[in-house]
Design a protein around this ligand. Structure first.
Ligand SMILES: Nc1ncnc2c1ncn2[C@@H]1O[C@H](COP(=O)(O)OP(=O)(O)OP(=O)(O)O)[C@@H](O)[C@H]1O
Length: 554
């Protein structure tokens, strides 16, 4: 009933396939609850309800993983995304989702030929001097073939599987509908924002389906490493690259999966550092990063160089997010529970979790590793624990952060595999410092160096808690002002007409920041002078905004 109301008729064939797989894996209840069963019965489609015994014996997480595998590329990709959501699923589920392999049966080359001729504009033999009909890899979205250009350049062709787009679009429509039904029928799951998760997933999968987007991502990352010959990104051959075909340089190196057996001449410690630096630079400096820096997407090249491939999925972090991430990691490394809790509460601001309970758990958690020396801090594991705490409190991470944290954890694992003493906290420190500097301090403070900055950060962190909260609310544009004085109230009304609450929030925040700097800093003339300057600047800025708002409102 529900299902038809949401308009599934055109996808009935696919609904039947999905329902059959779900029933086979023991999820008949779900098939009934969301109305799939009724819709199929009314349409005269048969559904077999018997559950094979061996499947029924599997743990639910394993059954879900197997069902996703059988349901095909959309669901495999969905499972891979869910593997990044330690905030939504318990560890045993994350392990199962992590097992989802992207390998798919290879298609005979002849099945690709028609599409290749359309995309190349002529027969592949006319374009490439050599082309290996045996695939190098066959994944769910693409099949990869080696080839050689007329000038001798070794390349690979990533060919999108013919006919895959309509199947994926149908699946995405069904998933969206499913998420809508879940939100309507299972209010207890609303806080996990199923529609939002599916919307974001659909967006990233559609982008992954466009093979020219991968080319653009690769070029953007390559531009970051122009002056760093130790990092290699395959060159894209745009002449033949488009939505369904990507032609790029073949990377001849030792696959990351063989890192345990690197030959003489490779410096494992250096490779670990270079790999980590590259990914940290993408994440924290550029805010645009390879979202899946696992062993399968890395090659080691002579000269201790590292090549990254497969930029189909990238993550983005705004400057504000980078600052929050840096503050969180700075808090973890400095064992500052208050700072960690503040950032987490900010992130899960829209959830209805219990802030005080979260705060005390974070304090206990940070306390737990108080004596651990910095070098021994396993930052990836700490982040994973933090995410698990969020889950226990029913709080969900914003998706951009979930991706970043997963990539960070992957990165640390890779680094440790190359060098058991790999110290990611030490590697990350200069990047974190830069982010904090760039965000917090005016240029003058930046020149004074890290020490001055630390003072500044501690000073902000040391603001009375209410002020801290006020600032965070202001940043989120959620600050509400209660104005009691009649004259001010009419001014407030005028402001309401003339400008958004955000303007008022910015003005207030500027004044608070300015004045708090003056209030809290009186050691060291330099910083105090700067604080005073900051205060005056904030006052002037605030007045300017007020006057312009007032003028605009008249
Ligand atoms: N430029 C390249 N040089 C060498 N090998 C490559 C290159 N691009 C792809 N490959 C090989 O093909 C495999 C699949 O490629 P890629 O990861 O880009 O495809 P995908 O469809 O995104 O797969 P997955 O989803 O599994 O990551 C890689 O693991 C690698 O072995």
């Amino acid at each position: 009933m529900l299902w038809e109301a949401l308009g599934a008729a055109r996808d009935l064939g696919r609904v039947q396939q999905i329902a059959a797989v779900l029933v086979r894996y023991g999820f008949g209840g779900l098939v009934r609850r969301v109305g799939m069963a009724g819709a199929l019965e009314r349409a005269g489609k048969a559904l077999h309800w018997r559950e094979p015994e061996d499947l029924a014996r599997l743990e639910p997480a394993a059954r879900v993983r197997r069902a996703l595998e059988e349901l095909g590329p959309t669901f495999v990709k969905l499972g891979q995304i869910l593997a990044t959501r330690g905030d939504l699923f318990p560890p045993e589920w994350i392990v199962e989702f992590g097992k989802l392999q992207d390998a798919a049966p290879a298609l005979p080359f002849e099945d690709l030929r028609g599409q290749l001729i359309e995309d190349l504009g002529e027969a592949p033999e006319a374009v490439f001097a050599e082309l290996d009909p045996v695939p190098l890899a066959a994944a769910s979205l693409a099949q990869v073939h080696r080839a050689r250009l007329a000038d001798g350049t070794a390349v690979v062709l990533k060919v999108r599987r013919p006919g895959i787009r309509p199947v994926i679009e149908a699946d995405l429509r069904l998933l969206d509908r499913l998420a809508e039904i879940i939100e309507k029928e299972a209010p207890e799951l609303v806080r996990y924002r199923p529609r939002e998760v599916i919307r974001q997933f659909a967006h990233s999968l559609r982008r992954e389906l466009d093979f020219s987007a991968e080319g653009r991502h690769a070029e953007r990352i390559a531009a970051l490493f122009v002056g760093s010959p130790e990092i290699v990104v395959p060159r894209i051959h745009w002449q033949w690259t488009g939505e369904r075909l990507n032609v790029q340089d073949f990377i001849e190196g030792i696959p990351g999966r063989q890192a345990a057996a690197l030959p003489e001449g490779f410096d494992r410690r250096l490779l670990a550092r270079r790999g980590a630096d590259a990914v940290l630079r993408m994440m924290l400096e550029a805010g645009f990063f390879h979202a899946d820096p696992h062993q399968g997407n890395v090659f080691y090249l002579p000269g201790n160089r590292i090549a990254f491939i497969d930029f189909g999925m990238v993550g983005r972090l705004s400057e504000a997010r980078r600052f929050e991430v840096a503050t969180l990691m700075h808090g973890l490394v400095g064992r500052d529970a208050g700072k960690v809790a503040d950032v987490l509460l900010d992130w899960s601001a829209d959830s209805n979790g219990d802030a005080d309970a979260l705060r005390s758990e974070i304090e206990a958690f940070v306390d737990d590793y108080h004596g651990v020396p910095l070098k021994k801090l396993d930052l990836g594991a700490l982040l994973a624990d933090v995410v698990a705490i969020l889950r226990e409190h029913g709080l969900a991470l914003p998706p951009d952060l979930a991706l970043m944290i997963k990539a960070f954890i992957t990165l640390e694992g890779m680094g440790r595999q190359l060098d058991p003493d790999f110290d990611i906290a030490g590697e990350a420190a200069p990047f974190l410092r830069e982010v904090l500097l760039a965000h917090l301090a005016p240029r003058a403070i930046a020149r004074r160096g890290w020490e001055a900055l630390l003072g500044g950060v501690q000073m902000l962190a040391g603001l009375p808690q209410d002020l801290g909260r006020l600032l965070r609310a202001a940043r989120r544009g959620k600050l509400q002002l209660e104005v009691d004085v009649p004259a001010l109230k009419s001014f407030g009304d005028q402001l309401d007409r003339a400008a958004s609450r955000l303007t008022m929030a910015i003005v207030t925040a500027a004044l608070i920041v300015g004045s708090s700097i003056v209030m809290t800093v009186d050691r060291g003339g330099g910083v105090a002078t700067l604080g005073l300057l900051g205060f005056i600047a904030a006052m002037l800025g605030g007045l300017w905004v007020l006057i312009s708002v007032w003028r605009g409102g008249r």
